[in-house]
Design a protein around this ligand. Structure first.
Ligand code: 5AD
Ligand code: SF4
Length: 446
C-alpha cells in the first residue's frame, strides 16, 4: 500500500506519543507520512476530550479539510479520546468520517486504513490493545531529536468525578520496566538528551513483573523505576503527571540521589477545599497534599512544584474558593494551569447541578491567575543572577527566529538564537525575569 497519511495531534503528551507510535506502524506497513493535509490520501485527527469543546474542534477541522480538498476529498479518520467516547456516533454527526479508531487500537491503524481505502464506509475499532502489542517507538521515528516522551503507564483507575480519562483511556496498565529501560538506553545511544516518563498517574506505576527493576530499591515500583532509569545515565529525566495520594516521599529521595532526575514535579491539587476535594473524589485532603509538598520542599535541591486547579466545581462557595486561593499562596507554585469546571457527559459530576455561573467562574479564574502571577513574578525574580542549565529543544512554534528551551525545573529561558545550536545544553546566567520566562546570557554550551 503506498497511500499517504497525514496525522494531526491535539491534546496531551500521551496523544503525541500515540501519534508517533501510529506513524511507526504506518511506515512499517508501507504508508508515506505527510507533513500537511494538502495532498494526503488519508487525514487522521488524534483527539482530546479533557479540554472543553474538543469534539467541536474536530468537526471544525474536518469541515475545513473537506472545503480545502473539495472534489478530491481524502479518507478521514478520528482517533484518540473523542473516537473512544463517541464511537459510531461520529459517522452520523459527520458523513465525511470513514474511520473511528479508539485509544487502544493504534497498532491496528494500518489495517483499518486499508479497509477504509478499499471503500468500506464505516470502519470502527474500539477494542482493547492486544497483549502482544509493543509500546516502543524507535529513536529515529520521533518528532523531536532531543526530547522524547516515554509512556510508562496508561489509563486511570482514580475516577475523579469530573474527569473523562478513565472512560476514554480505560484502566491503568503499566508497561514492563525492562521494555522502558531498553527504550531509554536506545534513545540515549541515539543522542537524546532528555526524556519524559509519561502517564496519567506515573506514580501509580505497577508492572506485572519485576524484570528490569531487580537491582533497584525503592518504596514503590515507580521509585525503583526512577532509580533504574536514572542509572542508564541519560542526561535529563522528567516525569508527569504525579497523583498526590500515590506520591511517596521516596520519589524526593531518588531526586536527591540522582542529578539527572530533574528538579520539577507536577502535582495537581484541583482545589484547596476539603469539601470540594471530597466531592471530586480525589482521595486526598488539603493536609495530605501539604504533607507531600513539605517533603518536596525539604529536599536538598530546589524542586519546582506546578499544579492544576479547577475553579467553579458544582457547589463551590466563596469560602471554598478562598481556601483554594490560600493554598495557592501557601504552596507558592512555580507554575499553575487553571481550568474553569465544565461538564463532561458520562462522568459522575455531570449529574450535579453545574450551578456556579459563568461570570463567577470567570471571576475566580482571574483572581487566581492574578495571585499566581504575583507569586510567580517573585519566584522568577529570585532566579536573576543564578546559573541554570538549559536544553534547546526545537524551533519555536511561534517564530522561526526563536528556539524553545527549558531548564531542568521546566522553565522557559530566552536568549539570542545564535548563541547555541538545537540539541545543545547550555549553562546560562539569568539576567532578567518575566512572570513566565527568563532572559539570560550563555556562559558555556556542550
Ligand atoms: N472541567 C475542567 N477541568 C478539567 N480537567 C479535567 N477534567 C475537567 C473538567 N471536567 C482538568 C484537571 C486536570 C487537567 C488535565 O484538566 O485540572 O488535572
Ligand atoms: Fe482524571 Fe483523576 Fe485520573 Fe487524573 S487522576 S486522569 S484527574 S480521573
Amino acid at each position: 500500500m503506498s497511500a499517504s497519511v497525514y496525522v494531526e495531534t491535539f491534546g496531551c503528551q500521551m496523544n503525541v506519543a500515540d501519534s508517533e507510535r501510529a506513524g511507526v506502524r504506518l511506515r512499517a506497513a508501507g504508508f508515506d507520512l505527510t507533513k500537511t493535509p494538502d495532498n494526503a490520501d488519508v487525514v487522521i485527527f488524534n483527539t482530546c476530550s479533557v479540554r472543553e469543546r474538543a469534539a467541536h474542534k474536530v468537526f471544525t477541522r474536518i469541515g475545513e479539510i473537506r472545503r480545502m480538498r473539495l472534489g478530491n476529498e481524502p479518507a478521514m479518520g478520528v482517533m484518540g479520546c473523542v473516537a473512544q467516547l463517541e464511537g459510531a456516533a461520529l459517522f452520523d454527526n459527520s458523513p465525511s468520517v470513514n474511520l473511528v479508531v479508539g485509544t487502544r487500537a493504534t497498532d491496528r491503524l494500518p489495517q483499518l486504513i486499508e479497509r477504509a481505502l478499499k471503500g468500506e464506509p464505516r470502519v470502527l475499532d474500539l477494542d482493547e490493545r492486544a497483549e502482544t502489542d509493543k509500546w516502543d517507538i524507535p529513536a529515529t521515528a520521533r518528532t523531536s531529536k532531543y526530547v522524547a516522551f516515554v509512556p510508562i503507564i496508561e489509563g486511570c483507575n482514580k475516577f475523579c468525578t469530573y474527569c473523562i480519562v478513565p472512560y476514554s483511556r480505560g484502566r491503568e496498565k503499566s508497561r514492563a520496566a525492562f521494555e522502558i529501560l531498553d527504550e531509554v538506553n536506545a534513545l540515549r545511544d541515539h543522542g537524546y538528551r532528555e526524556i519524559h516518563l509519561i502517564g496519567q498517574n506515573v506514580n501509580s506505576y505497577r508492572p506485572k513483573t519485576d524484570a528490569g527493576l531487580d537491582l533497584f530499591r525503592g518504596a514503590t515500583p515507580f521509585c525503583r523505576l526512577l532509580r533504574a532509569v536514572a542509572a542508564t545515565g541519560i542526561e535529563r529525566i522528567k516525569f508527569t503527571t504525579s497523583f498526590p495520594r500515590d506520591f511517596h516521599p521516596d520519589i524526593v529521595a531518588a531526586i536527591n540521589e540522582y542529578e539527572n532526575l530533574c528538579n520539577w514535579i507536577h502535582l495537581p491539587v484541583q482545589s484547596g477545599s476539603d469539601r470540594i476535594l471530597r466531592q471530586m473524589r480525589r482521595g486526598h485532603t488539603v493536609s495530605d497534599y501539604l504533607r507531600r509538598v513539605e517533603a518536596i520542599k525539604n529536599s536538598q535541591r530546589q524542586i519546582a512544584i506546578t499544579s492544576d486547579i479547577i475553579v467553579g466545581f458544582p457547589d463551590e462557595t466563596a469560602a471554598d474558593f478562598s481556601a483554594t486561593m490560600k493554598l495557592v499562596s501557601d504552596v507558592n507554585y512555580h507554575g499553575l494551569y487553571i481550568f474553569k469546571y465544565s461538564e463532561r457527559p458520562g462522568t459522575p459530576a455531570a449529574k450535579l447541578d453545574d450551578n456556579v455561573t459563568r461570570g463567577e467562574k470567570a471571576e475566580r479564574f482571574m483572581k487566581l491567575e492574578e495571585i499566581q502571577r504575583k507569586n510567580q513574578e517573585q519566584i522568577y525574580q529570585s532566579f536573576v543572577g543564578r546559573e541554570i542549565k538549559v536544553l534547546s529543544e526545537r524551533a519555536s512554534s511561534k517564530s522561526d527566529e526563536d528556539i524553545t528551551r527549558h531548564s531542568t525545573c521546566h522553565k522557559v529561558i530566552n536568549f539570542p538564537r545564535r548563541s547555541i545550536d538545537l540539541g545543545q545544553v547550555a549553562t546560562i546566567r539569568v539576567t532578567d525575569a518575566k512572570p513566565i520566562s527568563h532572559y539570560g546570557e550563555v556562559l558555556a554550551a556542550a
